[in-house]
Design a protein around this ligand. Structure first.
Ligand code: ZN
Length: 250
């Protein structure tokens, strides 16, 4: 006798479409064109290595500079040093402990009063993905655009700006915060999402004022100008570009 039961899990089961190989290949190319190209054109790759081999003697000749010390340009990380010796010298253990510039604005003194929350003019949600999770990102992207009037950016299939993995983002106005943020919390599909405000201090927006859905990951905005270093105190503007046509599920 066949046992027919309907569990809550079945009711909520997502209708997963079969993998479309053409779409999958397109994404694989987008996310890792160099690797795909290497696999496809092995002959060319071997040719490139051969060329690199030919270039070898030229590089070796360059290395034989009169001093025998590698060129230490102003952006060269290692100080000049003799072969076989530490580039850092032998006294680093005696160095005093320096304090790096903080990421916390105004940390040198206690504020006289709290900041106005209205200093936040809008928000960005950055959704991070990789070659294994891009379909989840595509679903979040489509669902978001169908439901919210937001400014949806391009696909970034490589690190861009302070974002260290592939990502896409949408900007939203502060009035949407009570809906967009809980919606992303429940619909992240396990992806890492950075939600940062937009104030006059983008460095602090990314490094200090951020919210995360799921695990956080590195955001490389440390070399951005601090609030004190910024010449013009402009705030990122939001220009909504989606056409929402699906009522938000409640
Ligand atoms: Zn952003």
């Amino acid at each position: 006798m066949k046992n027919i039961t309907t569990s809550p899990a079945d009711k909520n089961a997502v209708d997963t479409p079969p993998v479309d190989e053409a779409v999958d290949r397109q994404w694989a190319d987008l996310l890792s064109p160099a690797r795909r190209q290497l696999m496809r054109d092995t002959g060319l790759a071997v040719g490139a290595f051969a060329l690199a081999g030919l270039a070898g003697p030229v590089l070796a000749a360059d290395a034989k500079a009169p001093t025998g010390i590698p060129d230490a340009g102003k952006n060269f990380a290692e100080p000049p040093h003799k072969p076989g010796e530490s580039p850092w010298g032998y006294d680093t253990y005696k160095q005093p402990t320096p304090r790096p510039a903080g990421v916390r604005p105004g940390e040198s003194r206690l504020p006289a009063k709290p900041r106005a929350y209205t200093d936040i003019k809008s928000y960005h949600a950055h959704i991070y993905f990789d070659e294994d999770s891009y379909e989840k990102a595509a679903l979040i992207r489509r669902w978001s655009a169908e439901r919210f009037l937001v400014e949806l950016g391009d696909w970034n299939t490589e690190p861009r700006g302070p974002h260290t993995t592939p990502s896409f983002y949408f900007g939203f106005t502060t009035d949407l915060f009570p809906k967009v943020v809980p919606w992303l919390q429940l619909n992240s599909l396990g992806l890492t999402i950075l939600i940062h405000p937009n104030t006059v201090d983008p460095r602090a927006d990314h490094l200090y004022y951020a919210l995360w859905v799921n695990r956080s990951q590195p955001v490389n905005a440390f070399d951005w100008p601090t609030l004190e270093q910024r010449k013009e105190l402009t705030v990122e503007q939001i220009y909504p570009n989606t056409k929402p046509h699906v009522a938000l599920e409640t």
